[in-house]
Write a new protein. Structure first.
Ligand code: ATP
Length: 257
């Protein structure tokens, strides 16, 4: 059963501005994230995606505007927001001498929650690696572990900044299924990615950001329909398969890590 009533607004961003000195990184954006959806923030390098995410996560101050997360204001109730969100840590945030179980116990202690490390590691297929240190994991395993750590406090909203960058096709697909499972268990996911096929497959809605502004927002399919209705035609005939299909066909769907 879903934890949340899917569809209502869980994050509201209103006229958000972030300036670094004279430079405007986020230029008056407004958008909403719906409860229970996977929302993707897409855009070229430097568009302002990470800055926007970090302001919503209460990790960075805004210059102007308002952000409400599950009814709480980022300015007035940041501690309430921290309790209900999960943010993917960069590897640098993991103590190098601890194994996966010890790291989970440490984070659970910091959050003041009780967690069964085996159950959590089973969700991300890492029970076999429970005694390993993060540095000894493969790229895909590291990403899965960092996603597992976002689940420790059973958050309502999970933020994933480029979760599949650098992974092989099998590991990426495996992570896509994990992200969908997390959404299907009732959480809301806000993510960034530079892979458009990933956004198309995973995201219920996407916002496209460029030079600090959101220039379009909608479901992937409504944005594609919009482009076609503006007269867009693909120059090249689309083939029935891609090189990635060849790769998966030859090397299989099984995880290698
Ligand atoms: P990427 O896809 O490359 O991760 P992004 O869309 O996440 O990019 P941001 O990291 O939000 O972009 O950066 C937006 C702009 O703000 C960039 O031009 C960046 O150089 C600038 N910027 C980010 N953080 C700071 C900072 N602490 N001080 C000054 N400028 C910054």
């Amino acid at each position: 059963m879903k934890k949340n009533s899917k569809g209502k607004t869980i994050i509201e961003v209103k006229n958000l501005v972030k300036k670094y000195g004279d430079f405007t990184a986020v230029d008056g954006i407004s958008f909403e994230v719906h409860d229970g959806e996977i929302f993707g923030l897409l855009g070229p390098n430097g568009a302002g995606k990470t800055t926007t995410l970090e302001i919503i996560e209460t990790l960075r101050d805004e210059t102007e505007g308002e952000v409400i997360v599950n009814g709480f204001s980022i300015n007035k109730q940041p501690a309430e927001i921290k309790k209900i969100i999960g943010v993917q840590l960069q590897q640098a945030g993991f103590y190098p001498n601890l194994n996966l179980v010890q790291l989970i116990d440490l984070f659970a202690g910091l959050y003041g929650v009780d967690v069964d490390p085996d159950k959590l590691l089973a969700k991300v297929s890492l029970v076999d690696k429970k005694k390993s240190q993060v540095k000894d994991l493969s790229g895909g395993q590291k990403q899965r572990f960092s996603i597992a750590t976002t689940l420790i406090n059973n958050p309502k909203i999970i933020f994933l900044d480029e979760p599949t960058t650098g992974l092989d096709p099998q590991a990426r697909r495996n992570l896509w299924e994990l992200v969908k499972q997390i959404r299907d268990s009732g959480a809301t996911i806000v993510m960034t990615t530079h892979y458009m096929e990933e956004a198309e497959y995973l995201c219920d809605r996407v916002g496209i950001m460029d030079q600090g502004k959101i220039i379009d927002i909608g479901t992937p399919s409504s944005l594609i329909d919009g482009l076609i209705s503006r007269g867009f035609e693909k120059k090249k005939e689309v083939r029935e398969a891609t090189l990635e299909d060849v790769f998966i066909d030859l090397t299989g769907k099984e995880l290698r890590d």
